[in-house]
Design a protein around this ligand. Structure first.
Ligand SMILES: Nc1nc2c(ncn2[C@@H]2O[C@H](COP(=O)(O)OP(=O)(O)OP(=O)(O)O)[C@@H](O)[C@H]2O)c(=O)[nH]1
Ligand SMILES: [Mg+2]
Length: 317
């Protein structure tokens, strides 16, 4: 364990990859690893890029990488595709689109797979972000497809989330979905070369008026990623949002809230791990029938675990 963390400190890229695989596979020593990782010095900005399939997220990420490298910033990209169990397809596509950065040592691109992680893909992704941060990247970009629960979870952890929309795609419906306004720190209207840009911008502007009464109104950025247009503005707006987060009381409050949510989530995951192990090792464990009363069983098992399981001590594996 120590050696992996040591190697990460020494910027061994293979140790970084190995650590991410450990969190993906829910390795038994995961929490210890992450705790050690967390104690390392970090300073990365966490940026989320989300939006529907084909909106141009990878193209934007690719352009952003180029822009950030020109500013001498190092970048880790984590591509998440919850629809694919192995993310092979997503990675292949991204390899094509981010090809030019593959030999650059200041850029690391990784796609996340679900595998067996107890906390799911969202949990593993959050851990991977932290690992990239500890390694020393200046910016961690997270690309997720769509706006399902898993993406919302991931986006709650990043500093700044950009929602990518495209004109004439019915995309605007996305922003009416529950939770999306809450996480969109800025809107990117990509493919602005296609007709319908002004209409979409008007709609988004109206929506922001109604739903974001706070002191930080999300910006709307126009991009044409295929023509390198708007990327510098996008980065500027991301930085403005970072200034808000790290330079105002409201931003500070939001960061504390994010941290709280993460602690609760980790506790939930740890309790579940222990209860599950307890149940599986218990002689009566298999007695759940199709017509069992789930409420009664859940409270009985929880009570049983509290009584017998917690007193037996930990580390049963
Ligand atoms: N006309 C136009 N096409 C674009 C623009 N940006 C991206 N595209 C095209 O849109 C397609 C999808 O781009 P991607 O970057 O793969 O989109 P994505 O959101 O990463 O897609 P998934 O990861 O599959 O969800 C590609 O064919 C791009 O060339 C743009 O600004 N204008
Ligand atoms: Mg993509």
């Amino acid at each position: 364990m120590q050696s992996i963390v040591e190697r990460i400190k020494q910027r061994d890229i293979r140790a970084l990859a190995r650590a991410i695989t450990m969190v993906e596979n829910d390795h038994p020593e995961k929490l210890q690893l992450l705790s050690e990782i967390f104690s390392l010095e970090k300073h990365a900005s966490y940026i989320g890029i989300t939006g529907s399939p084909g909106a141009g997220k990878s193209s934007l990420v690719n352009r952003l990488i180029t822009h950030l490298r020109q500013e001498n910033l190092t970048v880790a990209v984590i591509a998440v595709d919850p629809t694919s169990p192995f993310s092979g397809g997503a990675l292949l596509g991204d390899r094509v689109r981010m090809n030019e950065h593959f030999t650059d040592e200041g850029v690391y691109i990784r796609s996340m797979a679900t595998r067996g992680s107890l906390g799911g893909l969202a949990r593993a992704t959050k851990d991977a972000i932290r690992i990239c941060d500890a390694y020393g990247f200046d910016v961690v970009l997270v690309e997720t497809v769509g706006v399902g629960q898993s993406e919302l979870d991931i986006m709650k952890m990043v500093d700044t989330t950009a929602l990518v929309l495209t004109p004439n795609s019915g995309d605007v419906l996305q922003i009416f979905k529950a939770g999306i306004m809450e996480i969109a720190d800025l809107f990117v209207i990509n493919k602005a070369d296609l007709p319908g840009f002004s209409k979409l911008k008007g709609l988004v502007r109206e929506l922001i008026k109604v739903t974001a009464p706070g002191d930080h109104k999300p910006a709307i950025v126009k991009t044409i990623s295929t023509e390198h247009q708007g990327i510098d503005t996008l980065w500027e707006k991301i930085k403005e949002h970072q200034d808000y987060l790290y330079g105002t009381a409201a931003g500070e409050k939001r960061r504390i809230r994010q941290q709280e949510l993460e602690v609760y989530e980790l506790i939930r995951e740890e309790i579940w791990r222990e209860v599950k192990e307890f149940m599986e090792a218990h002689p009566d464990a298999a007695h759940i029938a199709a017509d069992s009363d789930p409420y009664r069983l859940a409270s009985e098992w929880f009570a049983k675990w509290k009584k017998e399981g917690t007193s037996r001590g930990h580390g049963t594996e």
